[in-house]
Design a protein. Structure first.
Length: 249
């Protein structure tokens, strides 16, 4: 065993460990060229991630083993005071259950992201994270210069919740291993993710895969025909145009 009594020995020991370490990565999509991928990470259970994603990014969250729980918060990267508003995300589309075409709205009535693909259908916009999950999100936010007060309510993917006829909330479990959900990012965002248990489902979490790639052409598509969604997209495009004109002035 290499001695760590000196700085040189400690360095040699650290490098020998790094050389033998096995780091598992996420499964990359077969139909996306490697040059388009901007971020790829496997988050272990009890872990977190933070990354800035540009407008026109497609983000895939994947549950490889069938027990991940992704608590997600989005904040506008160029104006972090504008962040995901879970109440409006539920209220404006008249739908509490997240699915394809559902916008993740900011508190300014703008679309931060739209769900454009979903093979899980087990999500939650009602409960938020556990205290442990919120602590992980605070750690993730600190890496982006955010403070605890910046960590607002979140949505959770891969652990379902439904409202019973008496108003009680019940957990509906997870989908099959390998399920995924794709988000299209409409404005530059800071993505914070914690992979940990759900308040109504205390099963241990499993690994979570995150892959993002450039897909700006998808912003031209219509992902939801509801008038509330179209109005929110219009608000978003106006804000983006104003911001880019200001930068170019």
């Amino acid at each position: 065993m290499t001695s760590t009594a000196s700085a040189l020995g400690a360095r040699a020991h650290a490098r020998s460990q790094a050389a033998t370490a096995t780091i598992a990565g996420p499964e990359l999509p077969d139909d996306v060229a490697a040059a388009r991928i901007t971020f790829a990470q496997r988050i272990p259970a009890g872990g977190y991630a933070n990354v800035v994603l540009g407008r026109g990014t497609r983000l895939r969250l994947r549950d490889p083993a069938g027990a991940a729980c992704a608590h997600v918060l989005l904040l506008r990267a160029d104006a972090p005071w504008e962040r995901l508003n879970v109440a409006d995300t539920v209220k404006v589309p008249w739908q509490a259950y997240l699915s394809i075409g559902h916008p993740l709205l900011s508190d300014q009535g703008r679309v931060l992201a739209t769900i454009v693909a979903d093979t899980s259908d087990q999500h939650d916009a009602l409960c938020g994270p556990t205290p442990a999950g919120r602590a992980l999100l605070r750690l993730a936010g600190a890496k982006q210069g955010l403070e605890p007060r910046d960590i607002g309510p979140t949505v959770s993917f891969f652990r379902g919740v439904r409202v019973e006829s008496d108003g009680a909330l019940s957990a509906t479990g997870s989908a099959a291993a390998g399920s995924s959900v794709d988000l299209l990012i409409h404005l530059p965002v800071i993505l914070l993710v914690a992979d940990t248990t759900h308040p109504l489902d205390d099963r241990p979490a499993s690994d979570l895969d995150i892959v993002a790639w450039a897909a700006p052409d998808e912003l031209a598509g219509q992902h939801n025909a509801d008038p509330e969604y179209l109005r929110a997209v219009e608000n978003t495009e106006q804000a983006w145009t104003a911001a880019t004109l200001e930068v170019g002035a």
